[in-house]
Design a protein around this ligand. Sequence first.
Ligand SMILES: [Fe+2]
Length: 296
Amino acid sequence: MIVAENGQAALKILQQVIPDLIISDINMPRMNGIEFYKAVRKNPALTATPFIFLAANNAPEDIHAGRDLGVEDYITKPIEPRDLVSIVNARLLRVAQVQIAQIGQAYIETVNVLANVIEGRDPYTRSHVERVASYALQMGALLRWSPDAIRNLDFGARLHDIGKIIIPDHVLKKSGPLSESEWELMKQHPEAGAKILDQINHLRGTIPYVLYHHEHWDGTGYPHGLKGKEIPVEGRLLAVVDVYDALTTHRPYHTPRTPEEVMKFLTLKANVYFDPEMVKVFLQVLKQDSLPDSFE
Ligand SMILES: [Fe+2]
């Protein structure tokens, strides 16, 4: 804790130190608290620093003056030391929570930029990522996954095709069937994506989505030909959602099928391509989505 005699002395200290929190009296010699507050907020490095005024109980005009400047935090004197500590702790906790939320937001922005790299190149998959993430999150909620697992699910769903960055445009946008060599290249996108994400510490939890979303329950998928529950649950979940969205939307190689047709297809292929449990959960999500608002 650093204590300053008055506002000017405090400003001098603030040229060297960025504090976690500032507590200032309103009535001070030479520079009053309001002037001090204005000077502090002029410094861009201090705009987010919590600022608490100590105001005398009998000076409501001071509080009004501060409120006009946007000051929200006041402690009226006299105050018990114990109360002061708990107020300061609460403010600092709030600042930490805001910072964590901002870091989380920065992560989401990184993920969206990466995901848009693919969407930007492939006009047919426009909004595919958003829809897949939205369905996947609803499944995660029904499965009661933990907040950490849900975060990876959200990011993983958005990044699942990031490996398509290695596929040249003429293959990615081809409207006819792929040649054998083009298909071999296409099948490399899960491993290519996993390799990219392995280099980003906070996105490593998304790798199971990227790597296993084309595995099939019966072992006929790629890249590893895993079978049944050998396929990590992340891949089993995403496979259902990814195929549903691909089949119900326009692609260069097929016209969109109706949701009913695709739901029938998923049911038919449960135990063949898809984990039957995951198909069940996904059909439940679709059922919820189709309910009128008044039923929710
Ligand atoms: Fe894919």
